[in-house]
Ligand binder design. Structure first.
Ligand code: CIZ
Length: 301
């Protein structure tokens, strides 16, 4: 059954001149069928430069919206329209505007995990891969960082700027199970624990390194350590195992995002056949958000 679905997707992809992008948190079979697997920053850059006329985005809604903002002339498909992001949902325009009124000299740096209309009110977006670099390159010593409080705190500890942090969090990472991380470390005392900056500061204290997913890939590649405990969404363990078959990886903290698991092979195939659901944004919002998203893609982490 799976083989039939895979060959159907490959045929439809050619017929529709499509490229399949998958986030590193996607399930194994989705990562395997994708043309590119990566983090938000890598996938945004590919979406901006691809020559394919259709982009099938296997991730969550804000990621597909970001691809649409960068490539409005392409058809961007999100095979499961209900794949949302509770972190993105925890910020809305009126509340951000109130914070901006409170700190009129601050520039807003917005984690890309956010709605398009909020991006439109921000100076620049960032991902975990380049958050510090975006904050440092913003032409103000005062920054509003939203919506992830843990990433904001992580950045503020490395920057001399005054950073006002929004009180939002990723539901999966913020409740990382520290006891599970400790138990894995006891089982594998020679292993290194890598955690995501969306996890709480107490997890950073246990960890050997605090990194976004792209940073984790680089870190493992440059390390001579054999075993790693991965404190981010569990899909990342599959990605790392594929990239580094000579190393050993396990999950740490039981971090699981239900929204990242909503896309299936069947949904990709239906989406390609029917060319829907298409991501559309109000053109004014899209155009206004472009500057903030483009700044994100220009800054290297
Ligand atoms: O930026 C991304 O893609 C996310 C959600 C996590 C990461 O660290 O790559």
């Amino acid at each position: 059954m799976q083989n039939k679905q895979i060959s159907e997707i490959r045929n439809l992809k050619d017929e529709q001149d499509a490229v399949i992008l998958a986030h590193s948190y996607q399930p194994p079979e989705i990562q395997d069928i994708a043309d590119h697997v990566g983090d938000s920053l890598e996938l945004s850059r590919i979406a901006a430069s691809t020559e394919s006329s259709v982009i099938v985005f296997c991730g969550v809604k804000f990621m597909a919206e970001t691809a649409h903002i960068l490539s409005p002339e392409k058809t961007v498909l999100l095979p499961e329209p209900d794949a949302g992001c509770p972190l993105a949902d925890c910020i809305e325009v009126p509340a951000l505007k109130s914070m901006q009124e409170l700190y009129p000299d601050a520039l807003t740096v917005l984690y890309v995990n956010s709605p398009a209309d909020v991006k439109a009110e921000s100076y620049a977006c960032c991902t975990s891969a380049n958050a510090l670099a975006v904050v440092e390159s913003a032409p103000s010593d005062e920054i509003i960082f939203a919506p992830d409080r843990n990433l904001g705190t992580f950045i503020s500890r490395q920057s001399d700027k005054t950073i006002h942090i929004w009180n939002g969090a990723c539901r999966s990472h913020a409740i990382a199970d520290l006891q599970d991380m400790k138990a894995r470390m006891e089982e594998w005392p020679d292993a290194e624990l890598l955690v995501h900056p969306e996890t709480p500061p107490a997890a950073w204290e246990l960890a050997h390194a605090v990194l976004g997913t792209g940073g984790m890939i680089r870190y493992v590649g440059e390390s001579s350590v054999e075993r790693f405990i991965i404190g981010t969404e569990e899909g990342m363990v599959y990605r790392l195992r594929k990239l580094y078959p000579d190393r050993v990886f396990t999950t740490g903290g039981n971090i699981y995002c239900i929204n990242m698991k909503k896309i299936t092979l069947q949904k990709i195939s239906d989406s390609l056949r029917e060319l829907k659901p298409v991501i559309e944004l109000d053109p004014r919002t899209r155009e206004k958000a472009f500057a903030a998203v483009a700044r994100m893609t220009e800054v290297t982490g």
